[in-house]
Design a protein around this ligand. Structure first.
Ligand code: NAD
Length: 228
């Protein structure tokens, strides 16, 4: 296991947007939350799911989230404006055609994820970074299927992302350092880990309590992440 000092990565105070177009693949419980949180912070979000029925369900979930965000942030106007930033598609090629970053939130089944990455590898633009939101699997399980292991990592969000605003970043041994850096910046702009950003205190959580693949660890003054 390889550890890095997160302070070296935790960079500058930034509001500079390094990505513009985000695709969220799988618009279920977590995918819809990730999509809304991301669009709420100003990104164009392309929502991909397997068929028209799933897309219709995604629209319902996002409409519900509009109400949640309007209440939680006491900003109904911003929540309403967020809806204009979504596009929807059940064609993977169409959904990822402009993506700077794709966040995968498809079901937690190895075969589904492997098939998904194989298909994604065929159609995604060269620039696109792939991130998996898996709760129990690690990026080294899928890297070989992505066709771009250097641009692949885990980016794991907590349920009820608007209030539990943590995002955990984990590369595998072949992930480019620069890619990790770019994804951490994306998280900052989305106000994840804002306690660290603003106060410099540890508020990062172990990702997989039941595996050795822990990314951020809330160790006093020793904020680290690892690769697996
Ligand atoms: N639910 C949670 O609390 C939670 C928290 C953190 C991370 N996660 C992770 O997020 C991922 C998704 O979990 P979820 O709870 O949102 O699942 P979910 O079942 O609610 O949603 C999965 C979505 O993926 C779609 N889908 C199915 N097959 C697909 C395919 N081949 N390609 C694209 N989309 C497909 C489904 O139509 C559905 O919209 C998992 O990896 C899970 O570990 C879940």
């Amino acid at each position: 296991m390889q550890y890095y000092d997160i302070k070296k990565l935790y960079l500058k105070e930034t509001n500079e947007v390094n990505f513009k177009n985000i695709t969220v693949a799988g618009s279920g419980v977590l995918g819809s939350q990730i999509a809304f949180q991301t669009a709420f912070h100003g990104y164009n979000v392309s929502v991909y799911d397997i068929n028209d029925k799933a897309i219709a369900k995604a629209k319902e979930r996002l409409a519900d989230l509009k109400g949640v965000y309007a209440g939680f942030f006491k900003d109904p106007k911003k929540a309403e404006e967020t809806l204009a930033r979504f596009t929807f598609s059940s064609s993977l090629e169409e959904a990822v055609k402009d993506a700077d970053l794709i966040i995968e939130a498809v079901p937690e089944l190895v075969d589904i994820k492997i098939n998904f990455y194989k298909e994604l590898a065929k159609v995604a633009p060269e620039k696109t970074i792939f991130a998996s939101n898996s709760s129990t699997m690690v990026p080294s399980q899928f890297a070989e299927y992505t066709g771009r292991p250097e641009k692949f990592l885990a980016l794991h969000f907590a349920n009820l992302v608007w209030q539990n605003n943590t995002a955990e970043v984990m590369g595998h041994t072949g992930t480019d350092e620069d890619v990790i850096q770019q994804v951490i910046e994306f998280c900052q702009i989305n106000r994840y880990d804002s306690a660290i950003h603003k106060k410099g205190t540890a508020r990062l959580y172990s990702k997989l309590a039941f595996s050795s693949a822990v990314i951020f660890r809330p160790v006093a003054l020793g904020k680290r992440y690892c690769r697996s």
